[in-house]
Design a protein around this ligand. Sequence first.
Ligand code: BGC
Length: 285
Amino acid sequence: MGVQHVAIGIDVGGTGIKGAAIDLATGERITSRHKVATPVGGVPADIAREVGAMTDAIRVEIADRVAAGDAKVAGVAGIATAAEVAALPVGVTLPGVVRNGVMRTAANIDLSWIGTDAHALLAAAVAAPCTVVNDADAAGVAEVAYGEVSGLPGVTLVLTFGTGIGSALVADGVLVPNFELGHLELDGFTSIEHHTSAKVIEREGITLAEWAGRAARYVAYLEKVINPDRFVIGGSISKASDEYLPFAGVAVPVSPARLRNNAGIIGAARLAAEALDPDSANSAP
Ligand code: BGC
């Protein structure tokens, strides 16, 4: 298997930055999950520095594992040289609209991201082929490729509840990018994420059950106006799904993201590899 079957994914959120190297044939991690807090303020230069440092740490881990004879990394990845590790594509998610590599909105990171050529900044920080994408879109891509939506026809709305609310609309396996349903004006809130993101549990000191009531109201409203065939719930809240699903008043299936809060990392890695070679994730080893 060639090196194009492995990519690094880095998921930048308003609270944390998470990353790993991913085996694109399976969507599984071949390194540990690296995590740091998002730098206070979330300005572009600080985040770019952290993304660069995390990418380097993942590269070191890959090289160490290969040197130690880790069969999984050496066998799955087929990576032998430091140059091959350094050239692995890197996908980075950002929590805002990203169009042609330029960030167009920024709700939970510094406003100076708006208009920033995120692709140029982050490609320089990682010094490798780099793809930049909205975080929820990356999660949607991962759930289509390896998770809850794999092989499913029809319309799926993936919602990620974390610091904000992200959304990815997938129709017959194809992503419609940059849906921003966390910023819907509903129930008197100019952005419904201010009332219903996972962050409000801590910020307002509400219970998970209270949060679930808000989320159910929001999802029922989305069902009414968008009519998807199913909802998939991702983001940091997805790990507690047993405690809040099903949502009252929602008729179509609502399931937790199978890749949980790792979907952003996995989808970013996949998109980075696809940008280099559209067949990278699907061709035979
Ligand atoms: C942003 C979205 C993002 C979501 C989750 C929202 O505030 O506008 O682009 O996907 O937060 O991070």
